[in-house]
Design a protein around this ligand. Structure first.
Ligand code: AMP
Ligand code: MG
Length: 419
């Protein structure tokens, strides 16, 4: 492909395999194939349903609005009476009351949301009237028939699907459910997920560091990402690089979780035991290495049907592969409909190197718009998989196709926003 090809949506176009490494699209497809969507459901009160995935579609119980009502504060009248020099005010219609009846030849004071009085067919805004002699009003200008009235069912019809099964519920969706009278929602149970980080050098953040030790970044980071994605975080376990311990722990975790995310030990060093441990446990490896930078050693396997996403230890690599594979796996596990994350074209603000071979996802920060209306991005000259700070100020990744030999200032690049 060239960088000027239209963007296929969704996907990045980085579809090159590299030796035995899977292409990114294949890795994603195979990872998703490991995941069985959640089927257990529970009923939750509406106000506690944010972030949950709807298991049963919500339909409107009634038309909305349920009855004709005023869209403005003003006066309800018969359009045919609008020619009169003045209209006596014959009463008041307020929200929450049953509809009144309008006497012919009169106007009724009406407030927003009040049922339209029987006999009225038009509402005149208060600002378009003036007081007339006695308890009467005069119209400043000729009204439009039917103006300022909300008609029954103009927003939604009884029986309409408002929120579909598989939708993740946000404040807007919850508002729609409330408007439709749904007090409780049937949602999928949160997937139970545990995080296992491995590394002899790792120490829990907040504890003093021994010489040569580092603080565990991925444990808290992946745990936070899982919680934000609507999972029940069952365990966060940190272990040294000891195969026996890893094996026993993974075996236990696989029995009481819907998915496991690991970090570290996924590469080919002497202290990298994840692949062997997974093999010892009879895990079926679906992905064993991906043609991507960063994150090449990522593995996806299943232990007795429980998917395991084994991320590399380098924090930016772990974050990147969480964004590409982890989120999509969790969405599927949660019963959510697939997210459509589409790339868009941006322009790079400086020359950028890339070594052909594997595609690269490089953190990029949007800094503004160019004269052609496209966003311009700034990003580092290379990706360091250990430098999480590269992603800190970034808004997403720009994608270097495997065969790309670098970009010049002003070139187009595909941009994948962070989720
Ligand atoms: P590994 O994937 O275990 O070979 O680790 C690759 C690099 O990432 C090494 O420099 C590790 O020290 C570092 N690393 C591994 N796990 C973590 C972690 N949980 N937090 C921060 N850095 C890590
Ligand atoms: Mg390690």
């Amino acid at each position: 492909m060239t960088l000027l090809d239209p963007i296929p949506a969704p996907g990045c176009g980085c579809d090159a395999e590299h030796g035995s490494l899977a292409s990114v699209p294949n890795a994603l497809a195979w990872a998703l194939a490991c995941v069985r969507p959640q089927t257990r459901t529970e009923c939750v009160p509406l106000h506690l349903a944010a972030g949950r995935v709807l298991a049963t579609a919500v339909r409107a119980q009634t038309d909305l609005p349920r009855f004709a009502c005023a869209a403005m504060d003003g006066y309800a009248l018969r359009f045919g009476d609008a020619q009169a020099a003045a209209l006596p005010v014959s009463g008041t219609a307020a929200a929450g009351q049953p509809p009144a009846t309008l006497r012919p030849g009169t106007a009724m004071r009406i407030f927003t949301g009040a049922p339209l009085p029987h006999g009225a067919d038009t509402v005149v805004m208060q600002e378009d009237t003036r007081p007339a002699t006695g308890n009467a009003i005069a119209l400043i200008s000729a009204p439009i028939r039917g103006a300022h009235i909300r008609l029954p069912g103009e927003d939604q019809r009884a029986g309409d699907v408002l929120i579909a099964e598989g939708q993740r519920l946000d404040a807007l969706a919850i508002g729609s459910c409330a408007g439709a009278g749904a007090g409780e929602l049937q949602v999928f149970c949160r997937p139970k997920v545990s995080v296992l980080v491995t590394g002899d050098e790792l120490t829990t953040a907040g504890s003093p560091l021994a010489e040569g030790a580092i603080w565990d970044v991925n444990g808290p980071m992946i745990s936070a990402a899982l919680t934000a994605a609507g999972c029940e975080l069952v365990d966060l376990i940190r272990l040294p690089d000891q195969p026996d311990l890893l094996r026993a722990t993974l075996f236990k975790l696989a029995r009481r979780n819907d998915m496991i995310v690991t970090s570290g030990g996924a590469s080919v060093g002497d202290r990298d035991h994840m692949a062997d441990v997974l093999a010892d446990l009879g895990a079926k490896s679906q992905v064993a290495g991906i043609a991507i930078k960063p994150g090449k050693p990522t593995t996806v396997a299943t232990i007795s049907g429980t998917p395991v996403l084994a991320l590399p230890g380098n924090p930016l690599a772990a974050f990147t592969l969480w964004q590409i594979l982890g989120r999509a796996m969790i969405a599927r596990l949660s019963g959510a409909m697939p997210e459509t994350t589409t790339c868009r074209h941006v322009r790079v603000t400086g020359p950028l190197r890339h070594t052909p071979g594997r595609c690269e996802y490089r953190p990029a920060h949007i800094v503004g718009y160019g004269p052609d209306g496209l966003e311009c991005v700034v990003c580092p000259d290379t990706t360091y998989s250990a430098r999480l700070s590269q992603a800190q100020a970034a808004d997403g990744f720009i994608l270097f196709p495997a065969d790309c030999e670098g970009l010049s200032q002003g070139d187009l690049a595909e941009f994948l926003p962070f989720q």
